[in-house]
Write a protein that binds this ligand. Sequence first.
Ligand SMILES: Cc1cc2nc3c(=O)[nH]c(=O)nc-3n(C[C@H](O)[C@H](O)[C@H](O)COP(=O)(O)O)c2cc1C
Length: 168
Amino acid sequence: MMSENEKIRLLKERRSIRRYDSRPIEDDILTQIFEATRWCWSAVNRQPWKFYVIRNAELISKVAKECTTGTFAAEAPVLVALVGDVAAQPNWYLQDMCFVSLQMALAAWNFGIGTCFIGNINREKVKQLLNLKEKDYLLTILPLGYPYGGIPEPRPRKSLDEIVEYFD
Ligand SMILES: Cc1cc2nc3c(=O)[nH]c(=O)nc-3n(C[C@H](O)[C@H](O)[C@H](O)COP(=O)(O)O)c2cc1C
């Protein structure tokens, strides 16, 4: 089991990874990532998410082309489409989906697997490629892969003074 410091390190040392090794991700590791992800919190515990795992090379290439600001996804051995069931949670699906995306990123990082949140996606095209329903909400595509070429330097963060204010 990870020590307390290791848990904090997992949070602080995660980086967005945009270059991936072609090495496949072992089935068992992938399952463990999803297993940890499903424990994410959600409004009234509705868990309005579904994860579509794309490992077919042709489909990876087609989907990556629609990731406007994340065409690097084409390199990854696995893409995960994070899809929200809007009808199941009309008020909070967006928050729930954002939380679960971070949980997945951190779970992957725990196994040395990198990802990057891709924000700009031609969502209608990807939904068609995956045969998703019109009302489904595609939050993001998370590419999963072992980092290629090392771990990037950390991006700067605001200081604690800038973001925390105490009322004692
Ligand atoms: C909502 C959101 C959208 C993002 N969209 C993109 C994107 O489209 N392409 C990309 O390369 N990175 C994207 N990122 C990654 C951020 O650029 C990255 O998290 C930020 O620069 C901090 O770097 P770090 O994750 O390595 O700490 C996105 C992150 C978030 C949370």
